[in-house]
Design a protein around this ligand. Structure first.
Ligand code: NAD
Length: 235
């Protein structure tokens, strides 16, 4: 199927499945591309539980920088188009691997965040997850339990949370159109989720300037940036 043959308005259960490439156009580095975060920072020192246990201030210094960067950029045209499509078609679901909150700032609702959000923190308290936009974080320990707070994100080696995964599986399994944008298809288990839509008979579109290891699953490949591709689909 060609992109020209796709009439996105004919679909009723659209899922946008997004990754770091979507926010690259906002000015946030991806993880693996050139200029990617993990070329500059060693994740074993900055983004795993063992690093946090060893040196929580070092890990928080890194995440304060990430929060500052993510808070200083604006959602892109692509984020806006996704939110507009969802407003027009309320069955539209956004499933993201991004932790930057840009979908919500563009107006998207009910965003399923597979890898958490830098704008939430948690500690050892059972109900401790809190939205927090302080730059830098005012207190790195919890005033109630005294334990270190940590960003409510999935670090390397962490298991994904059950609720967002289940919500994503449900939405993707019911999709009639899945549009994957800016994800390298190498971070599992997130990478395998589009396959559920393929198995359910949905039309799959991949928006990414580069081919990925999962490109074969997709019916249509738009080898360009997120904003220009979405603007062609929803002019
Ligand atoms: P990735 O860094 O592994 O891959 C990014 C992909 O985006 C690449 O395939 C690249 O070709 C593509 N890309 C680059 N520019 C693009 C553009 N303008 N339009 C469309 N695609 C473009 O990212 P990933 O697959 O999301 O996996 C990395 C993990 O790290 C995920 O959890 C991810 O969300 C997280 N991460 C999040 C952010 C963020 O929240 N902004 C930033 C970096 C990494």
């Amino acid at each position: 199927m060609s992109a020209a043959g796709l009439a996105p308005d004919a679909f009723e259960r659209i899922v946008f499945f997004t990754g770091a490439g979507l926010s690259a156009e906002a000015g946030l580095p991806t993880y693996r591309g050139s200029g990617g975060v993990w070329h500059e920072y060693d994740w074993e020192r900055y983004a795993c539980q063992a690093a946090f246990d060893e040196a929580p201030d070092r890990v928080w210094d890194f995440h304060d920088l990430r929060r500052e960067a993510m808070g200083s950029v604006e959602p892109t045209r692509a984020h806006e188009i996704i939110a507009t499509v969802q407003a027009a078609k309320p069955n539209t679901v956004v499933v993201t691997q991004n932790i930057d909150g840009l979908h919500q700032r563009a107006g998207a609702k009910g965003v399923i965040e597979l890898h958490g959000s830098v704008w939430r923190v948690r500690c050892a308290c059972p109900t401790s997850i809190q939205e927090n936009h302080e730059l830098p974080l005012a207190s790195r320990t919890c005033p109630d339990c005294g334990a270190w707070r940590r960003p409510d994100i999935i670090w390397f080696g962490d298991a994904l949370k059950r609720e967002p995964v289940e919500a994503a599986v449900l939405a993707i399994s019911n999709a009639d159109l899945l549009i994957s944008i800016g994800t390298s298809g190498v971070v599992y288990p997130a990478a395998e989720l589009p396959r559920l839509a393929q198995q359910a008979g949905a039309v799959l579109v991949e928006i990414n300037p580069e081919a990925t290891p999962v490109s074969d699953w997709f019916d249509i490949h738009l080898r360009e940036g997120a904003s220009s591709a979405l603007a062609r689909l929803w002019p």
